[in-house]
Design a protein around this ligand. Structure first.
Ligand SMILES: NC(=O)c1ccc[n+]([C@@H]2O[C@H](COP(=O)([O-])OP(=O)(O)OC[C@H]3O[C@@H](n4cnc5c(N)ncnc54)[C@H](OP(=O)(O)O)[C@@H]3O)[C@@H](O)[C@H]2O)c1
Length: 283
């Protein structure tokens, strides 16, 4: 059975979507990136996550190309720089994103991280964008529990439709308080870097003997195990970035991987859950 997540009441989406950071950086990769995103849509990876920051708009252009003739099949998320999240600049930033994405609306618009613009002003800007039909919902990214509590205390804050934060097996801090709080508030958590992105941590996970053993027993890859682990919790959606059809196919198949209680006990022994508050990890 495919694991799904309810996003802001009306949308139920498969619990794995597609990230786009580092797409649009290199013209020679563009065709492959477009093909990977389109293949992902065909496989049911409906949510596509991008941002004005990625390749300074280049990733949004790749997504725009991938969505030609397919816009209605995607659930499109983009993000605004904190310094563009004020009452005047948000409208212009969103319009620039929409132009690059070759669409007239976003399903979700996120504040990329918290900056100097007061939350109250960002909420008002997001509400104006919603009223103009340019975005259907808004949310935040890189908000820890206290930031979320502040947001929810603002008038209109409860309309926040998601919080996108770093979460993978080697970074479990948000399990201590942020995930339970978001579950209680019924605000979905969008897990970025679910495969630990790159570098040392990723190598450690991919080559970890226990993970390799569990993956082998299930005839899956370690990447699929990592994704299945991230989405095991209710209300969590993972957005791995994959720029090859092969990786996208693997990631889509991870929606059907089931981890049993014994797997989870073994994984907890090797990667213990947090026992106290930890600072929110960011990249
Ligand atoms: N809100 C924020 O501040 C924030 C921060 C970071 C990321 N994000 C979002 O979250 C998305 C995901 O995070 P991320 O891109 O940083 O890291 P990630 O998804 O954890 O890792 C991406 C890496 O994993 C590889 N990969 C994908 N599928 C694979 C598979 N099945 N087997 C082996 N390797 C695989 C990709 O390779 P290939 O590309 O070669 O396929 C790429 O090198 C981003 O793209 C972005 O949309 C948001």
């Amino acid at each position: 059975m495919v694991k799904s997540v309810r996003l802001s009441g009306d949308s139920v989406l498969p619990a794995i979507g597609q990230g786009t950071w580092y797409m649009g950086e290199n013209a020679s990769q563009r065709r492959q990136e477009v093909a990977a995103l389109q293949f992902g849509l065909d496989q049911g990876l409906t949510l596509i996550d991008t941002a004005e920051m990625y390749a300074e708009g280049g990733a949004e252009e790749v997504v725009g190309e991938a969505l030609q003739g397919r816009r209605d099949r995607a659930w499109l998320v983009s993000k605004v720089y904190p310094w563009n999240a004020g009452s005047v600049d948000a409208m212009a930033a969103c319009e620039r994103s929409l132009r690059r994405l070759k669409t007239d609306y976003l399903d979700l618009y996120l504040l990329h991280w918290r900056g100097n613009v007061p939350l109250e002003e960002t909420i008002t800007a997001m509400e104006s964008l919603q009223q103009s039909g340019k975005i259907l919902r808004w949310g935040v990214s890189n908000f820890d529990r206290d930031d979320m509590a502040e947001l929810l205390a603002e008038e209109g804050g409860h309309a926040c439709a998601a919080n996108q934060v770093l979460y993978h097996l080697a970074s479990r801090g948000i399990e201590y308080d942020l995930i339970p709080a978001c579950q209680q508030w019924q605000i979905p958590v969008m897990a970025y870097c679910p495969l630990a992105q790159g570098g040392r941590l990723r190598r450690e996970l991919m080559t970890h003997p226990l993970l390799q053993q569990i993956a082998q027993q299930k005839s899956i890859s370690v990447a699929q195990l990592l994704l299945a682990w991230v989405i095991r919790k209710d209300g969590v959606i993972a957005i791995p970035k994959a720029s090859s059809v092969q990786h996208v196919a693997e990631n889509a198949a991870a929606l059907e991987v089931v981890l049993n209680a014994e797997d989870l006990v073994l994984i907890n022994q090797a990667f213990p859950p947090p026992e106290s508050k930890m600072p929110l990890d960011v990249v």
